[in-house]
Write a protein that binds this ligand. Structure first.
Ligand SMILES: Cc1cc2nc3c(=O)[nH]c(=O)nc-3n(C[C@H](O)[C@H](O)[C@H](O)COP(=O)(O)OP(=O)(O)OC[C@H]3O[C@@H](n4cnc5c(N)ncnc54)[C@H](O)[C@@H]3O)c2cc1C
Ligand code: SF4
Ligand code: SF4
Length: 373
């Protein structure tokens, strides 16, 4: 993996508009900070190789290297990545009740892992108005306070960096695929730091087709005369709705997706991962089954925790309908194809000259397989 420093991070990622404000470069040093969901660099730094660059999910992501470090094998051409099993799930009768985004699988399984002492804390994402607010949650009962999707890109990893800095070693993390890519880079110790030990114990990925810029979403919704502090829930109903729905106590606002898509940051257009391929388990909605989730189990740890949670009534599981699985594969494949095509057009895929930058790297024969199956 090529690793450069903060100047290259500014030039190749931030100035090219590829940053998705994930927070991976924040709280590693005194220089990068976030302000209301936006990353800023306070002072210049000339380090030739830095953790900020090494962990960034938009800089030099080599999918084969990532796959070898995470799964011990090169990158698969299965659009869902490496996995063991796919299930239909929702919160079980013994899980804490709450208002979830869909089936509550994420909140239930994270709270269960905390209750059982498998993780000491979890790094989650709350919101104030429409500003995403990452939180370190230390009690299982508090997990529910961060339930529901924020649909905005979020600097969740800045809190992970703080938790690691404070010496925590059994950390649970919930995040979008880009955040999980950054976390997986971190876990692979790309700078060969001495005495490195992996502080992450359980990773839950949430599916993502695109995220939205929080400040621009705030402007769009405020322009529709909705007080952003009264928003109770946001949702994207399944096709053919083509709307983004914002609910308050008194109002249900439907905004056309065409208007919302203008708020997608450029970094999302080169994102090849819809299903958080590097997590222990990945969770999304289940098409035509409101109140249920799709659960992809990827690691043996993910399988063990799922089975324990199901046995103790924290999770309800059923077989995944074949039709849903096929649709999911098509959606994930389409996202990958769009991302690789866009990265190729932007000239940020597989540049091999000395000191050149690539946002993404994948062996050309595999790129070809995705672009021309
Ligand atoms: C930006 C975004 C895009 C999504 N796109 C899709 C999609 O295309 N298809 C699909 O099937 N599902 C998508 N999802 C996932 C879906 O909305 C649900 O999060 C998922 O089904 C889990 O549901 P749940 O009821 O188990 O979650 P809950 O139990 O309600 O828990 C939600 C969890 O998500 C975390 N979270 C919320 N917002 C963010 C954020 N912005 N960044 C990081 N973590 C966050 C919270 O910490 C919480 O732990 C998207 C989610 C987000 C945030
Ligand atoms: S994508 Fe994340 S790590 Fe990269 S520059 Fe933006 S905030 Fe930093
Ligand atoms: S599309 Fe990719 S880069 Fe954008 S928010 Fe989702 S996971 Fe992150």
């Amino acid at each position: 993996m090529r690793v450069y420093g903060p100047n290259e991070l500014l030039k190749d990622v931030r100035e090219k508009g590829l940053c998705v404000e994930c927070g991976a470069c924040v709280n590693l040093c005194p220089y990068f900070k976030t302000n209301r969901g936006k990353t800023i660099m306070l002072f210049p730094c000339d380090l030739p190789e830095g953790r900020c660059f090494a962990y960034c999910p938009k800089a030099e992501v080599d999918l084969d290297e990532l796959s070898i470090s995470r799964w011990g094998q090169t990158y698969e051409t299965n659009p869902l990545g490496t996995y063991l099993q796919v299930l239909k799930t929702r919160a079980g009768k013994n899980a804490p009740a709450g208002t979830f985004q869909a089936g509550g699988t994420v909140s239930s399984i994270v709270a269960f892992a905390m209750k059982k002492g498998l993780i000491d804390l979890s790094v989650l994402t709350d919101r104030e108005g429409l500003t995403p607010v990452p939180r370190i949650v230390k009690r299982a009962e508090e997990v529910i306070t961060c339930a529901q999707s924020k649909y905005t890109i979020a600097p969740t990893l800045e809190q992970l960096n703080l938790a690691i800095h404070d010496g925590h070693e059994k950390i649970g993390f919930v995040g979008t695929p880009c955040q999980i890519i950054a976390l997986t880079k971190l876990r692979s110790n790309p700078l060969n730091l001495p005495n490195f030990s992996d502080p992450i114990s359980f990773v839950v990925g949430i599916f993502c087709t695109w995220g939205l810029d929080a400040r621009n979403l705030e402007k769009t919704i405020a322009s529709k005369k909705v007080n952003i502090h009264t928003i109770k829930k946001m949702d994207i109903p399944p096709p053919p709705a083509e709307t983004f729905v914002v609910e308050t106590d008194k109002k249900k606002l439907e905004i056309l997706l065409n208007e919302i898509r203008k708020l997608i940051p450029k970094g999302c257009t080169i994102c090849p991962d819809m299903t958080a391929e590097w997590s222990d388990i990945s969770v999304g909605v289940l098409e035509n089954n409101p109140g249920w989730n799709t659960l992809i189990i990827r690691s043996t740890l993910g399988l063990e925790i799922t089975e324990m949670a199901a046995k103790e009534g924290w999770l309800e599981t059923e077989n995944m309908p074949e039709e849903n699985l096929e649709h999911l594969k098509i959606a994930a494949y389409n996202k990958k194809k769009r991302a690789l095509k866009h990265a190729l057009e932007e000239g940020i895929l597989n540049n091999n000259e000395q000191n050149s930058f690539s946002a993404l790297r994948l062996r050309p024969e595999k790129v070809k397989k995705f672009l021309n199956p």
